[in-house]
Design a protein around this ligand. Structure first.
Ligand SMILES: Cc1ncc(C[n+]2csc(CCOP(=O)(O)OP(=O)(O)O)c2C)c(N)n1
Length: 400
């Protein structure tokens, strides 16, 4: 049973965190909650244990109300993880990247609906997240597909220091016409981050980044020597790999995955496993992340590298980091098909035929494969099937 928190207890928890800061025990960024106790206690009456709660940088109250124990939360906060509170067993997840969570929430909800689960997703966002188009994409998707997801906009009329009026002029008080959005207003008694006053850093213990967030162990993969010697063509190897992934139950997300079968490469995959998405690369990537939390094997199809830049936040800040920042609680086994339209009738100039392989190899820690032959393609997708985390497989039209 989740503890039922009173307003006074919630306030006392944050007061203690504030005192620990003044006592030089928290030499890193944290954000205190306050002023919205009544609203949250009310909202959490509708949130069931087992539902997903997706939070953000200001997550202490959400975590407590969803059953994260105060001792565990305090211990995490004292270890530099105030913005990184995760609890896989309680389905508590957060991201401190503004705009990053709504698509992930929608993805979890899509997975829950496909599984006919009774669970729901509750995604808490601040009014700065409301600033971003990413929330709009996710709300429109959730409404369109009738997904079990509610977005709660917690409006304290402040993004760091700037008010909604300063940011949006006459559109400051945006009204949502959506059954999946709840918006409430509140005043917060704390500054944006920390408490007023700067601590004496000479008295604070500061660990290294890697001590706070240990690097992931690299997974070792087999070499698949048995595949060598085959003369399968590059394109046939892509088709064969997709068929095999389809047989394993993978879902294929992107635009033109049903219509056109992703240029014919999904022709042998059952239609029910293809998810035609809006042309919203951040959304489709977030959907894949969310679905992977519920045990799906999502394969995202980017028909050109150029368009992946729109999904860079989902790929570099989320897929690549979630396992590390959650200390292994959440994993993201997503497969990215990164097509480079670099030749032949696909070639279409500097904004449509770029190759970002080198850049992604620098930006992410997960494997980025650039197969040259058909056998390399088979090996890359076999490896991806075994991976606990994301894998990007570059697919060049020049090698088709
Ligand atoms: C993409 C991105 N841009 C900027 C920031 C820096 N940042 C952190 S919190 C914040 C404002 C958040 O305001 P709001 O969503 O209203 O939540 P509140 O802090 O008021 O609870 C900003 C701009 C960020 N974390 N992510």
């Amino acid at each position: 049973m989740r503890k039922q928190w009173t307003k006074e207890e919630l306030i006392a928890f944050e007061n203690e965190i504030g005192d620990l800061y003044m006592d030089n025990k928290l030499p890193f960024l944290f954000h205190l909650s306050g002023g919205n106790e009544d609203q949250l206690i009310d909202i959490f009456k509708n949130i069931k244990e087992g539902d997903y709660v997706i939070s953000n940088h200001r997550n202490h109250y959400h975590a407590l109300l969803h059953g994260v124990s105060p001792e565990e939360l305090k211990e995490k906060i004292l270890n530099g993880r105030s913005m990184f509170i995760y609890d896989r067993k309680k389905n508590f997840f957060c991201s401190a990247i503004i705009g990053g969570t709504p698509a992930i929430a929608a993805g979890i909800a899509l997975a829950l609906k496909k599984k006919k689960s009774k669970q729901k997703v509750w995604c808490f966002v601040g009014d700065a997240n409301e600033d971003s188009g990413h929330l709009f994409e996710a709300v429109r998707y959730v409404d369109g597909l009738g997904l079990p997801c509610t977005f709660i906009i917690e409006n304290n009329n402040r993004s760091v220091e700037a008010s909604n009026e300063e940011r949006w002029g006459n559109m400051a008080d945006y009204k949502w016409d959506s059954p999946s959005v709840i918006k409430y207003n509140y005043d917060i008694p704390y500054p944006h981050a920390r408490k007023p006053g700067m601590i004496d850093l000479s008295k604070a213990i500061k660990k290294t980044d890697e001590e706070y967030f240990p690097l992931l162990k690299k997974q070792i993969f087999p070499s698949f020597k048995e595949l060598e010697g085959s003369d399968i063509t590059y394109k046939d190897a892509v088709i064969q790999s997709m068929t095999e992934l389809g047989e394993k139950g993978a879902v294929f997300l992107g635009y033109n995955v049903k219509r056109g079968d992703a240029m014919g490469t999904l022709k042998d995959v059952p239609n029910e496993q293809k998810i035609e998405t809006p042309v919203a690369e951040n959304l489709m990537s977030g959907l894949a992340i969310g679905m992977s939390f519920e045990g799906f094997i999502p394969v995202i199809y980017f028909e050109r590298h150029d368009f992946m830049l729109v999904a860079a936040d989902a790929i570099c800040n989320h897929m690549d980091k979630i396992e590390r920042i959650s200390h292994g609680e959440y994993r993201v086994p997503v497969i990215i098909r990164a097509v480079s339209a670099d030749a032949g009738p696909f070639y279409s100039g500097p904004t449509h035929s770029q190759d970002f392989t080198k850049s992604f190899k620098v930006l992410v820690d997960f494997p980025v494969f650039d197969p040259v032959t058909g056998v390399d393609v088979l090996k890359a997708f076999k490896t991806a099937q075994l991976s606990n985390g994301p894998v990007m497989i570059v697919e060049r039209k020049s090698r088709y």
